[in-house]
Design a protein around this ligand. Structure first.
Ligand code: SF4
Length: 499
């Protein structure tokens, strides 16, 4: 008798790391997952859309009492051939709901829907687990497939779901994983018998904490709470595999790493922090950067959001859609700094066009466009240029003289210990202006980072006019600080080359 009550997600998490399963059960309050509401909502919308992939379907409604879902499924299974969504099954206390089940006369087909644009190993675990349950219940599982989003599908009019989704047949690989599923379930059972609420498992951190989502596990803070600070995992951009290698060798604190053979870049971070070194500034490189600037100087920053299911014609899944910019302008040497900005009306379906037109209007002369991390703004401008052929030439012209203020920090032409190996503006700005409350993102009233900006903009559609006004102010102040920060960096560059 299986003592676990597994589900698809519990099986996948437990397979990744047994301790994660234990934490989910006994210490869920330590989960520091930061899934944004829009990510969750997007996933749900994709699931709903995919239900219609094979035409008419019958849905098994969610019920906390899983037995009700199983009973409903059993009734619907009698009406074959039919399509059942969220069809629910249990074998030996292992429960699953199949996103889409094709229930044919001669067997069934499983379709697992993901809002991702590509196949990942963890999805195969998910499908294998469902295959395991259904085949053990005696179903002839003819096919087991992954359904994911097609990033190359461009919306024109109604969404064509046959084009929007890609179906990958995973039957053979899933069949080959069946022995592993059985073993994993058994191992997880053994593990949970051994460790109860009062007996915390002694599982060391490892590569399982990074995979499969290339982000740290939700319990990372808890599992590393006894490590010294800073530690090897704070060494910026060192590969995860190298970090764990050093960790297993007992080289954990920055002091432990001082004599370690690492590339200069990583070593520099460690040495600066342990030895409290003075800032390093390559004046020649900064001077060269300043000399490349031509007036007028346009300090600009964009804010954007994305939808998984494209809502606007000419866009694709996960496309970043710009709704706001802030622009600080210095027209000529010695001129006062001016500020211009654009924030779309959340009810305006043509906001990208208005964004592009306003930007061209606000930057009439050929000067220098200054950004932080050019890839983002450059890509967005190229996308707009493609969407609006009559604006293409003028938009692309903006890229003629694009200067990225991130470069000197990325190349460590300007480095201080407070940057902690990072060149993100969120580290660079407080490192250079440590005590300036005006430049402190934490002091902002409503919006403090890009994700909050897009969440706020998307939420505005459903706000009262008073709430909207508050949200608009929050967005304007946040984006304004992003470009004011660029102006302050420019001033600092001028100051350091003159010293
Ligand atoms: S942080 Fe690592 S060891 Fe801790 S629960 Fe997560 S995956 Fe397991």
């Amino acid at each position: 008798m299986n003592e676990l009550n597994l589900s698809k997600s519990k099986y996948c998490r437990g397979k990744m790391c047994n301790k994660m399963y234990w934490m989910d059960k006994y210490k869920p309050e330590e989960n520091k997952s930061k899934v944004s509401p829009s990510t969750f909502e997007n996933g749900q919308k994709v699931g709903e859309l995919a239900k219609g992939l094979f035409g008419k379907y019958e849905d098994v409604e969610f019920n906390k009492d899983l037995n009700i879902m199983i009973d409903t499924t059993n009734e619907l299974l009698k009406n074959k051939p039919n399509i059942i969504t969220e069809a629910s099954f249990k074998f030996d206390n292992n429960f699953c709901s199949v996103d889409i089940l094709k229930n044919d006369e001669d067997g069934v087909e499983i379709y697992e829907v993901k809002s991702s644009t590509e196949e990942k190993d963890i999805y195969l675990d998910d499908i294998s687990y469902q295959y395991y349950i259904l085949s053990n219940l005696g179903f002839n599982v003819k096919k087991a497939c992954l359904v994911h989003v097609n990033k190359n599908y461009i919306k024109h009019g109604e969404i064509d779901i046959k084009q929007f989704f890609i179906i990958e047949d995973e039957t053979e690989v899933v069949k080959s994983m069946q022995d592993d599923v059985k073993t994993n379930i058994e191992k997880l059972n053994e593990f949970m018998k051994k460790y109860d609420a009062d007996t915390e498992p002694d599982v060391d951190i490892g590569m399982q904490c990074e995979t499969p989502y290339k982000a740290k596990c939700d319990y990372w803070e808890y599992c590393t709470k006894n490590l010294p600070k800073p530690n090897v995992f704070d060494v910026h951009t060192l590969k995860a595999s190298q970090k764990y290698k050093l960790y297993y060798e007992g080289k954990v604190s920055f002091e432990d790493l001082l004599d370690e053979k690492m590339s200069n870049r990583f070593k520099e971070q460690v040495e600066f922090e342990v030895n409290n070194l003075e800032p390093k500034i390559d004046k020649a490189a900064i001077k060269e950067l300043l000399q490349s600037l031509k007036y007028p100087l346009y300090f600009i920053d964009f804010e954007s959001f994305m939808h998984v299911i494209p809502e606007y014609d000419g866009t694709h899944a996960y496309q970043q859609l710009c709704f706001q910019y802030s622009l600080h302008i210095v027209d000529h040497e010695g001129a006062e700094v001016e500020h211009k900005e654009f924030l779309a009306d959340s009810d305006d379906d043509n906001f990208m066009r208005h964004f592009a037109e306003s930007m061209l209007n606000d930057m009439p002369k050929s000067g220098t466009m200054i950004v932080y991390n050019r890839v983002f703004e450059e890509t967005r401008i190229k996308e707009l240029a493609e969407m609006f052929p009559d604006l293409t030439d003028r938009l692309l012209k903006l890229l003629d003289n694009l200067v990225d203020f991130m470069v000197p920090f990325r190349r460590r032409a300007y480095y201080t210990k407070e940057m902690e190996g990072s060149y993100s503006i969120k580290y660079v700005l407080p490192a250079i202006y440590p005590d300036d409350p005006e430049l402190n993102y934490h002091n902002l009233p409503l919006v403090h980072h890009g994700t909050e900006a897009s969440e706020t903009f998307l939420a505005m559609k459903n706000m009262t006019s008073e709430e909207r006004e508050k949200a608009r102010q929050g967005l304007l102040v946040y984006c304004g600080l992003d470009t004011y920060a660029l102006v302050k960096l420019w001033e600092k560059f001028k100051e350091v080359v003159e010293e």
